[in-house]
Write a protein that binds this ligand. Structure first.
Ligand SMILES: NC(=O)c1ccc[n+]([C@@H]2O[C@H](COP(=O)([O-])OP(=O)(O)OC[C@H]3O[C@@H](n4cnc5c(N)ncnc54)[C@H](OP(=O)(O)O)[C@@H]3O)[C@@H](O)[C@H]2O)c1
Length: 323
């Protein structure tokens, strides 16, 4: 792989005038979310940055001052369902349209043991999947009213697992309450859930003009993995310079935002509602997937199973307090 392997949004798409369009990007203060936000504002869009650390978002957003578009920052902690509900209340009081919802935020619990959110979800799946599921479900009416509109959710190459070990959602124990915890399995399963959610939602929204996508952004040179305990932070601190030098394997944050931008802005993405879109990645264990694709078929059959998707979403809507 070299830098020519990076899948890039075409110039026509990146020069569309987004004036009047309103977007929400979660985790907009860092990495992939920050670069997605920057490009939308560059094209004249208005981005509501849904961040748990408002000060960090304010600091990053100061660089947007000279761009044609605009932004707003509203606090949203995806590890706290009440915070998600509060975010939606504030948003709906201020805005009456939503052209694109980018469910971008995510983390991996590197502590080696399960950690639970206030609402009892294991944090990795709690933030990546359950928090975003509630956010999306609460905004569905507005997305429908604003159609054509789009929703995307960040997954990861890790969801694919390997031919010998495909991750799956454990419908009887989504939150590692009765299984041995593993950082990688927790992350892989959470990201399978994200692929399944985009797929299920696309089916449910057929004919409404709202389309969905799940995304692997590439191996981003972002702040990802900087949480966790002291030893994990130390290991990641030592690894970061190595990762940053592997420039043919890893991607800048701007490159890592390309797949999300394609899903939000290209004319073609809505023709593949519910699909999985991936940047190139050496991390696919299935070699034929390494080139990525917009869209591409996930090599993990568990992430393509609509019955699995429907059952997951049914259970999960109840767990987040939706009827
Ligand atoms: N980096 C990669 O190689 C890679 C590969 C595959 C998939 N992804 C996915 O890409 C997405 C973006 O990651 P990134 O690489 O840009 O990492 P990043 O630089 O660490 O950004 C993650 C963002 O998520 C936010 N976040 C974490 N917990 C949150 C919570 N409880 N509520 C609200 N926001 C929260 C973070 O906020 P704080 O700044 O406050 O922590 C940050 O803004 C994630 O979903 C990740 O799983 C990344």
């Amino acid at each position: 792989m070299n830098n020519d392997s990076v899948l890039r949004v075409d110039e026509n798409t990146l020069s569309k005038d987004l004036s009047g369009n309103i977007y929400i990007v979660t985790g907009a203060n860092s990495g992939v979310g920050l670069e997605t936000t920057r490009q939308l504002i560059k094209q004249g869009g208005h981005v509501v940055m849904a961040c748990r650390r408002v000060e960090a978002a304010e600091e990053e957003a100061s660089a947007f001052a000279d761009l044609p578009g605009s932004y707003d920052i509203i606090r949203c902690d995806l590890a706290d369902l009440q915070s998600v509900r509060d975010f939606v209340d504030v948003f709906l009081n201020k805005y009456d349209r939503l052209d694109g919802l980018a469910c971008n935020a995510g983390m991996v619990n590197m502590s080696g043991q399960p950690k639970y959110t206030k609402d009892g979800f294991e944090t990795t799946i709690g933030i990546s999947f359950f928090g975003h599921l509630l956010l999306t479900e609460l905004l569905l009416d507005l997305l429908k009213q604003s159609a054509p509109s789009r929703m995307l959710i960040l997954s990861s190459v890790i969801h694919a697992g390997s031919p010998k070990n495909r991750y799956d959602v454990h419908l009887d124990d989504l939150n590692f309450k009765s299984r041995k915890f593993s950082n990688f399995a927790a992350y892989g399963e959470a990201k399978v859930a994200c692929v399944l959610y985009a797929m299920e939602l696309a089916k449910r929204l057929e004919g409404t003009g709202v389309t969905t996508a799940s995304v692997h952004p590439g191996w981003a040179r972002s702040n990802f993995g900087s949480g966790g305990g002291f030893f994990m932070r130390m290991i990641m601190g030592m690894m970061r310079p190595i990762i940053n030098n592997l420039t043919s394997w890893t991607n800048s944050n701007e490159e890592s935002a390309q797949t999300s931008l394609h899903c939000l802005l290209s004319d073609d993405a809505p023709n593949h509602s519910g699909a999985y879109f991936s940047q190139h990645s050496v991390l696919y264990r299935d070699k034929e997937c390494r080139k990525g694709g917009w869209p591409m078929t996930s090599p993990n059959p568990n992430a393509r199973d609509m019955d699995n998707a429907k059952t997951l979403v049914d259970i999960s809507r109840k767990l987040v307090g939706m009827n």
